[in-house]
Ligand binder design. Structure first.
Ligand code: NG1
Length: 459
């Protein structure tokens, strides 16, 4: 788990040294290690990960750094270089009581509890019992769809493990941390943690799930990836959590409806939509939409409607799909399946386009993905749509929302020689009328080279 000297940008290297220095001032002793976990931008494959279907992300040059040193007791003492995140502490245990929803300490606790439980269940890896003094420094904007929360979880996990001299393969962490992060109440998939841990410099990653598999995908030479913020915050510890978890549940309902529709041709139950790939390897995913019954319309349905179509009771469906009462009684099924199944096909086509160096084809798939996210998955908002429309005018070959949606960022494919003009057009036609005077352009949009995944540096 030691640093394999990843090709970090000069800025990241300078931050690494600075946070170790600040640790000394904060805790009065030198840091023993610095853990680094990057954020990510997803090129294509939105809301497919928790459905067991592929994604195509890459790591960005913004990250969470944690300088740390072990303690003699089991307390994890957390400080942050940003004053808006006040000091917190917790004691390592198999059941760590959460702080109030939205508190930044919950992501650290999720990681501490997750790695401790893993080591209790797999003692051959060692024991997690020592706490640590930790200083956190982050440059990933939160609520931007760039995975700041998972990077915080990954960096905390690496830091607690380092304090205990426990080494876990990154592939193991990429499987265990998505479940650990559910501590914060989001039913998320595994894309973010896998990207933060396993990304390769200069490449995108194609990630498949169940089981986790990762392969690098080249980017077409002569093109840049530009991230643009819609200036709408999508905090998943707040309002966006409802929208996100509702989509997860609608997909679970979609599995039940498909099971019913496929009847005897289905050899076993669908745990996720991704099971269709394993059960019917020769059949295109889009085919399964035709299997849906006509009483499953595009519009919203109540649980009673869905239960009637399934020939069972609403109570049974609620308990089978583990539907929290807080999610209400309005579920959209057919369009959600249309998005997820077509998006998974788009990931396959996008990987082929990238390997063939066909940037225009890749751009068209990005555009189609945005339309599907907007119309069928309903995770866009007027500001994201406007940001995408202006990006297309500004010369992007492809433009789409990235991450969970409901605000946050867009990802854009732009020819290298058009990047400056693209930025100027975005500033004039999108940001000028919206940006608060306090937000510099670099915070609204940035170009980056894909970075290596997480690292741990001993001091
Ligand atoms: P962001 O946008 O970083 O919150 C979320 C999920 C991913 C994935 C995407 C949508 C978390 C931690 N991450 O990412 O697993 O489902 O949305 O593709 O919830």
């Amino acid at each position: 788990m030691t640093d394999p000297a990843p090709n970090l940008s000069a800025i990241e290297r300078a931050r690494l040294a600075a946070v170790a220095e600040q640790f000394c001032h904060c805790f009065g002793r030198p840091a023993a290690f610095v853990a680094r976990a990057p954020g990510r931008v997803n090129l294509l494959g939105e809301h497919t990960d928790y459905n067991g279907l592929p994604v195509l992300p890459m790591a960005i040059d913004r990250s969470i750094l944690i300088a740390g040193a072990p303690r003699e007791d089991a307390v994890v003492s957390l400080h942050n270089t940003a004053a808006r995140f006040p000091p917190r502490s917790y004691t390592l245990a198999a059941d760590i009581p959460p702080a109030t929803a939205g508190d930044w300490a919950n992501y650290a606790k999720a990681a501490g509890q997750g790695v401790l439980r893993f080591c209790v269940a797999h003692p051959q890896h060692g024991t997690v019992q020592r706490g640590a003094d930790l200083l956190v420094d982050g440059t990933i904007p939160s609520g931007a769809g760039l995975s700041s929360s998972s990077a915080l979880v990954v960096a905390n996990a690496l830091a607690v493990l380092a304090a205990n001299a426990v080494e876990l393969p990154y592939e193991t962490l990429a499987e265990l941390l998505p479940l650990a992060e559910r501590y914060v109440g989001t039913l998320s998939g595994g894309m973010d943690q896998a990207t933060s841990l396993l990304a390769r410099a200069g490449h995108a990653l194609r990630i498949d799930f169940d089981p986790l598999r990762v392969r690098t995908v080249p980017l077409p030479p002569g093109y840049s990836v530009v991230v643009c913020h819609s200036l709408v915050q999508a905090e998943k510890s707040g309002a966006a959590k409802h929208g996100y978890n509702l989509r997860v549940i609608e997909c679970r309902l979609g599995c039940r409806v498909l099971e019913q529709a496929l009847g005897a041709s289905l050899p076993s139950r669908l745990r996720t939509l991704g099971d269709l790939l394993h059960l019917f390897p020769a059949r295109p995913l889009a085919d399964f939409l035709d299997a849906l019954p006509p009483q499953m319309p595009d519009g919203p349905l109540s649980l009673a409607d869905i239960a009637a179509a399934l020939g069972t009771s609403p109570e049974r469906v609620r308990s089978d799909c583990q539907i929290p009462l807080a999610l209400g009684d309005r579920f959209v099924v057919r369009p959600r399946l249309r998005h997820v199944l077509s998006e998974a096909e788009r990931v396959n086509q996008a990987e082929r386009a990238l390997r063939a160096g066909d940037a225009p084809a890749f751009g068209r798939l990005m555009d189609a993905s945005h339309a599907s996210c907007r119309d069928d998955y309903e995770i866009s908002c007027p500001e994201l749509d406007a940001c995408v429309a202006v990006a297309k005018e500004a010369g992007a070959l492809g433009a789409r929302l990235t991450g969970a949606g409901f605000g946050g960022c867009t990802v854009n494919l732009v020819p290298d020689d058009a990047v400056t003009a693209f930025g100027q057009h975005m500033d004039r036609a999108f940001y000028a009328s919206r940006r608060g005077s306090d937000k510099p352009a670099g915070e609204c949009r940035f170009v980056f080279r894909p970075q290596a995944g997480a690292s741990l540096t001993w001091r």
